[in-house]
Structures are given as C-alpha cells and as structure tokens.
Ligand binder design. Structure first.
Ligand code: ARG
Length: 277
C-alpha cells in the first residue's frame, strides 16, 4: 500500500515536470554549446591537462546524467532526484566527496567522461561493447529491459509487428541502436530524450517508442492512452561509466557498490522507486 502511494506521488511529480523538461533541455543545450566554444578557444592541448586534473583532488564527484529518465533520474522542481542520484550520493559520501550532478544530452555522457568534463556517467546506462571501447564501467547495480510503448489502439501487438513502422527512440541509446540495426536508420527517429520521444508518440509522429522498462512505466502512467507491450526486447546491465585512465576512482566505486549491495542500501533505493508488478 505504502509502495503504491510512493509510485503515485512519483508519477504525478513527473507529469508535472514533463512540460518543464523542454525548457531545461534548451538550457542544457545552450550550456553545452557555450562549453564547446570554450574548448575550441582554449585549444586541444588544454583539454588533455584538464583530463589528468579530473583524477579529482577537488573533492567533488561530478556526475553527468540525462534527467528525463524516471525513476532513475528526473526533476522534482529544480532538483534532480531518483535512483542514480541516491546511489551516487552514497558513493560520494563513502569517498569523502561532494556530489555534483550535471544534466546533459544522453549522447554526450560517454564523451564527457572520456574528456574529463565529468568524473562519472550515471544515467541508467547500459554496459555495451561500443561504449567499453571508450570508457570503463563499474560493476552493475541494476538491470534494465527494453520495452515498446504504443497507443492503446495500436495494431502493433508484439516486436514482430515493428517492420515498416516508424519507431521513436532516445538519441544515443541502446534501444535506438537495436532498432537501427534491425529495421534500418530510416525506420528510427531519435529524440533528445525519452520524454520528447513519448510526446512525439502522443502526437502521432511515430508509431511506437522503444525505451527502458522503468521509464516506460512512468511515462505511460503520466500520459493518457498509452500502453506497454508484453514483449521484452533486450535485458541489460546498468553501470557507472568512468574514464579509462581513472582506475583508482573505478576501484573505489566498485568497493563502495560492493559495500552498499552487501548491506542492502542499494536494494532499498531500488525498492523505494520501483514498485513490484
Ligand atoms: N539504458 C539505455 C542506454 O544505456 C538508455 C539510458 C537512457 N538514460 C537516460 N538517463 N536518458 O542506452
């Protein structure tokens, strides 16, 4: 009962903040445009110094995320909350560091980790071979599943009906990649984030949205006329991305994750946000 109440509070908070998401997206885009400009001015030699400096003696653990992905990360008013911020806060505390969260496009997170702009990428991010070429991943702290959201009256009944349909996805995600691999680039529209993909579905611009299961549940609860198909598209591991050279930080994160798995803190956070079906 209590769990159900938490879920309702969560969904209505999310429904409320969905319109605000567009605005914060623009702000984030402006910010990253400004930063790109800075980098160009300073030249690439500076960038590598910055990369070494990110091994973090400043006491701040900078986490890059994309906060349109409830219940892993989303806005509650001006604050980014959810499973990832809570687990990251535990880790930062264990490391004696202060957590700073930066909202950015999901597709910028891996590069930002690589260049040392952020210390960790934590965004319901799936461990995948392409990303592993560029960053390391911590041990996994959660499992994700790709699912399909369709309008309630859709003729798409399973994954077998996706051929010839227009599929909405979140840019730079595994879901987008699977769909492009399977149905071709023309069949897939990649939106900046999950919220905008679901908006496009409601406006009839795409026939379905392929996205991770937990955000799908939150989006469907917050929006009329949508449902999730039973078919589970792919099962994935979520983990924290860390720069290849930052092995010391990776070891400390893994030790913290092991401790908080062992003492049940991570499970408690997952249970707080994810309601058993
Ligand atoms: N799990 C998927 C991936 O890693 C989607 C993650 C999207 N996360 C987000 N915070 N928008 O590609």
């Amino acid at each position: 009962m209590k769990k159900k109440l938490v879920a309702i509070a969560l969904c209505s908070a999310f429904a409320f903040s969905m319109t605000a998401c567009g605005a914060s997206d623009d702000a984030a885009a402006d910010k990253s445009a400004a930063e790109t400009e800075n980098n160009t001015e300073e030249g690439s030699a500076e960038a590598s110094t910055e990369q070494e400096a990110s091994a973090d003696d400043d006491g701040i653990l900078t986490m890059g995320t994309n906060a349109a992905f409830p219940p892993y990360e989303y806005y509650d008013g001006d604050t980014i909350v959810g499973i990832d911020p809570e687990i990251a806060a535990l880790i930062a505390d264990e490391l004696g560091m202060e957590l700073e969260i930066i909202d950015m496009d999901f597709s910028s997170i891996v590069t930002s980790v690589q260049t040392g702009k952020i210390d960790i990428g934590m965004a319901g991010m799936t461990v995948d071979p392409d990303r592993l070429e560029n960053v390391n991943f911590s041990d996994s702290y959660a499992t994700g599943v790709q699912v399909i959201i369709v309008p309630e009256d859709s003729d798409i009944a399973s994954v077998d009906d996706l051929e010839g349909k227009l599929i909405g996805t979140q840019e730079g995600t595994t879901g987008a990649q699977y769909c492009m691999d399977q149905y071709g680039n023309d069949a897939v529209i990649a939106y900046t984030n999950g919220a905008t993909a679901v908006q496009a579905l409601q406006q009839g611009k795409v026939d379905c949205v392929v996205i991770d299961q937990q955000p799908a549940i939150a989006f469907v609860d917050a929006n009329e006329g949508l449902k999730i198909l039973e078919t589970e598209y792919a099962v994935e591991d979520y983990a924290i991305a860390v720069a290849k050279e930052n092995t010391d930080l990776l070891d400390k994160i893994n030790a913290a994750l092991a401790k908080f798995t062992e003492d049940g803190s991570i499970q408690a956070i997952l249970d707080k946000y994810i309601v058993a079906e």
